[in-house]
Design a protein around this ligand. Structure first.
Ligand code: MGD
Ligand code: MGD
Ligand code: MO
Length: 769
């Protein structure tokens, strides 16, 4: 390792003070009329009725585009207007006719842009022409497409080793673009393919692959209506997967029950007014969660172990009646070790870890025992924890006990974030793709495919910091905005020789650059993609492994924009000697040719071009779901023994989670409101339980510095947050991501998956003088 090469750099700007911040009462219900009105505001204000209507009618329709707000699946029967408030926001944010004018770059130095918030940057509008920042300059300047590709290829080809470049992907990228991108990167000679999944559901993939042989959900959309019980853990669907509430409503209508396990009482899980039904909009709405377990942050592994233990005790009390013995005998291994381990479970430790009463845990066990078909869903509340992988393995243990995998109405269901994050992985965006994929790629394209594992997201930051990486290229996303430890990540990024961002809109990653920097603007998913006059479509895979087409619906915001596919093809052709004998120009001209190649490399896509044109697309094969086939080393689903550990909270500290407001999409801030939590016109808040406030000698309305300490390092500070008394679990606090990323130490990562621990940061609240 070499010395860190960048000098200490100024810290990222402290969040803006929001002078008009208003704090009101949190809501206990989601959507209804206010949700609909709210979602229409930006569309009607920003783009005129014609463009807005065309957009609204095309979201998630058969010949429309796939909504890019989340990876929630589509029901087989699509409502004419599959209404989703946050889908509307994401769509109108992209489809705005406002563009960044050419004069912007001369008027705004990079130094001046460093003081701007994500909210301000995003509001500048769509990027429409490539720009270049030369070494030593404080300004981007326009550059032609060809010159940009020549420059990038020259820098890449001058590297000592292909491993000195890293190629990031964010999860909006289509299957077609993702497949070509990883093809280019591997032909160039590296597996350095970090992606947003590394910060998101990596823990899920790691846990599920080890235990059931596939890193994906084992359910189909229709299973929600067939389930007797759905346990929603560490997830806020009212904000982040609004259409999931319709599926949970179907669970309820067919007699099933829903339990929420969460640190916070989230609005949509309490009551939901379905915008698809008049009664839903105007009436009282449906109570979604029959039971709410308000768990202490990071307590889920203990809870799951305690429930499994009770299930095993029930079996001991009435042998042969509780467990699914036929399933266990035929399809699983390792139960005896788990039985022995759980027999010694320390109930006091469970109560301390979960903050729950024993009766609440007993009640959840009774719910589980009383249901024949159980689905467990989860998201970031579980994956962004130090013990995330073990926790998700405990979900599998619990489900296996009663055969709740591979039967209708039952299964393990991670709910993905970005709309195509799952598809990108299927297409090979991963720094450690399995050998069978790499071998198939090599067979199909005939160049030697590198086998050495590449850098994930955190290792990319380390690599940049330590001088092991020179070029950082990003296909979408906002890497420095999204990754933990903002100050460290930004200092690392400034050490790069060249940074390149392929983007629709401005964000922090365009402002914190390497010595040289390039921005390549691209078409969004809402826009019509013409190649040689022929409209092209792309495809995406949702959370339940359904693949379908996405057709752009509105004219591009500016002439001359290239699609992601075109950008990857031209860069590859410019960089690789003889294009590595891959027909890049032909791929750019006709996306069917890309799909033909995918058919020959990726299992399940054998007749891709035909299948994707069918109504509703097609469902990928899934061993556990389809035939209880488990592609693990033992050929069976594997029970695992996981040592219980929970985060100690030293006196005077709180466990802080960093989460999303209602009006943001990751680092994109649509507005400064978080309606369901009662916050308006500001984001500088920290939510704390009233009893904790009293203990800490603080009160609602106080201003505090939120301070995170890591052994041997300077304090990390999120300054001047307004304290909000809020019904979060005791000992737990919450603040908004991405601002709170300054508090998450680079070293704080989940075991095995290396995901930043964004949901459990030990913090002190220090009153402002
Ligand atoms: N509108 C909108 N939609 C989005 C996104 C967005 O930013 N905005 N982002 C997309 C992406 S990329 C993703 S990954 C998903 C994220 O979807 P979520 O995972 O729902 O997002 P978060 O806001 O991180 O919420 C985490 C939830 O877990 C709870 N939680 C925190 N810690 C714990 C814990 O220890 N145990 C339990 N049981 N619960 C806990 C929190 O209280 C919160 O309800 O949403 C996707 N959809
Ligand atoms: N503290 C904390 N940190 C977190 C999280 C957390 O809960 N807490 N969550 C993590 C999670 S779950 C995730 S997924 C990551 C998200 O990390 P990223 O995916 O890197 O971040 P986004 O904010 O989704 O990226 C937004 C940018 O993508 C670009 N973009 C939008 N649409 C397109 C498109 O169609 N094409 C291209 N090329 N670019 C486009 C725009 O320029 C926009 O500014 O953040 C992670 N970081
Ligand atoms: Mo995510």
């Amino acid at each position: 390792m070499t010395e860190p090469r960048s000098e200490a750099t100024p810290p990222p700007p402290q969040p803006e003070p929001y002078p008009d911040l208003q704090v009101g009462r949190p809501k206990d219900w989601a959507v209804g009329v206010p949700g609909i009105l709210h979602s229409m505001e930006p569309a009607l204000a920003g783009m005129g009725v014609a463009r807005a209507t065309r957009l609204a009618l095309a979201i998630n329709q058969r010949d429309g585009f796939d909504c890019m707000s989340c990876a929630w699946p589509d029901p087989g029967h699509r409502n004419v207007l599959e209404f989703c408030e946050n889908g509307m926001k994401a769509t109108t944010w992209e489809a705005t006719p406002v563009v960044v004018p050419r004069s912007f770059w001369a008027e705004n130095s990079l130094t001046s842009l460093l003081d701007r918030s994500e909210y301000w940057l995003g509001k500048q509008g769509r990027l429409t022409e490539p720009v270049y920042k030369p070494a030593g300059s404080d300004h981007y300047e326009p550059i032609g497409w060809d010159a940009a590709f020549e420059l990038i290829s020259a820098r890449l080809n001058a590297l000592d080793s292909p491993d000195r470049a890293a190629f990031y992907t964010s999860g909006r990228t289509s299957n077609e673009a993702a497949f070509l991108y990883q093809l280019f990167v591997r032909a160039f000679g590296t597996n350095n393919l970090p992606d947003c999944s590394n910060m998101c559901h990596e823990s899920t993939g790691t846990a599920l692959t080890a235990t059931i042989g596939i890193g994906k959900s084992t359910i189909a959309y229709d299973d929600f209506a067939k389930a007797d019980l759905v346990i929603v853990m560490g997830q806020n669907p009212g904000t982040n997967h609004p259409r999931m509430l319709s599926a949970l409503e179907e669970t309820k209508r067919s007699g099933g029950r829903v339990v929420s396990v969460n640190v916070l009482p989230e609005a949509g899980l309490a009551r939901y007014k379905n915008p698809q039904r008049v009664r839903g909009i105007l009436g009282k709405g449906t109570v979604i969660a029959d039971r709410f377990l308000q768990i202490r942050s990071g307590g889920d592994m203990a809870l799951l172990q305690a429930v499994s233990k009770r299930v095993l005790e029930a079996e001991d009390a009435a042998p042969g009646t509780v467990l699914d013995h036929a399933f266990l005998a035929e399809h699983t291994i390792g139960l005896e070790e788990v039985r022995t381990h759980l027999a010694g479970l320390d109930e006091q430790a469970v109560l301390a870890a979960t903050g729950l009463a024993a009766e609440e845990i007993d009640a959840l066990a009774q719910e589980y025992l009383g249901a024949d078909r159980v689905i467990i869903t989860w998201a970031m509340g579980l994956t962004q924890q130090k013990k995330a992988v073990s926790t998700i393995k405990e979900i599998v243990n619990l489900l296996l006990l009663r055969g709740n995998i591979g039967k209708p109405g039952a299964g393990a269901s991670p709910i993905r974030g970005h709309s195509n994050v799952q598809g990108d992985r299927t297409m090979g965006i991963w720094e450690r793709m399995p050998e069978r994929f790499l071998a198939a790629l090599e067979r199909e394209f005939g160049f030697p495919v590198p086998r050495r594992h590449g850098a994930d997201a955190l290792r990319t930051v380390h690599g940049l910091r330590d001088g092991d990486l020179d070029v950082f290229f990003a296909l979408g996303g906002n890497f420095v905005g999204a990754i933990s430890d903002s100050a460290a990540a930004e200092a690392a990024m400034r050490g790069a020789r060249l940074t390149v961002q392929v983007s629709t809109k401005l964000n922090r990653s365009h402002v914190v650059t390497g010595e040289e920097a390039i921005i390549l603007p691209t078409l969004g998913r809402t826009e019509i993609d013409l190649q040689g006059g022929v409209p092209q479509f792309v495809s995406v895979e949702d959370s339940v492994c359904a693949v379908h087409a996405s057709h752009g619906a509105i004219p591009p915001v500016a002439p001359g924009l290239l699609s992601e596919v075109a950008i990857v093809c031209r860069l590859a052709a410019a960089t690789l000697e003889d294009g590595a004998d891959v027909p890049w120009a032909a791929f750019e001209g006709d996306y069917d040719l890309i799909r033909d190649r995918i058919s020959r490399v990726v299992p399940g896509f054998e007749s891709f071009n035909a299948d994707v044109r069918r109504k509703g697309g097609f469902i990928l094969p899934n061993g556990p779901r389809d035939e209880r086939r488990f592609d693990t080393p033992s050929g069976r689903a594997e029970f695992t023994v996981n040592e219980l550990e929970h985060l100690e909270r030293p006196a005077g500290t709180l466990i802080l989670q960093t989460l999303r407001s209602h009006d943001q999409f990751n680092t994109t801030i649509y507005s400064l409101n978080d309606r369901y939590r009662g916050i308006r016109k500001g984001r500088d808040v920290v939510f704390v339980n009233p009893a904790d406030l009293e203990e800490l000698g603080l009160a609602d309305g106080d201003r505090v510095d939120v301070v995170s300490r890591w052994p041997g390092q300077a304090d990390r500070v999120l300054a001047a947050q307004r304290v909000v008394a809020y019904p979060t679990a005791r000992g737990c606090a919450a603040a908004y991501y991405p601002e709170a990323n300054v508090l998450v130490p680079l070293e704080s990562a989940a075991e095995e998956s290396n995901t930043p621990v964004s949901k459990a940061v030990i913090v002190h609240l220090v009153p402002r003088a």
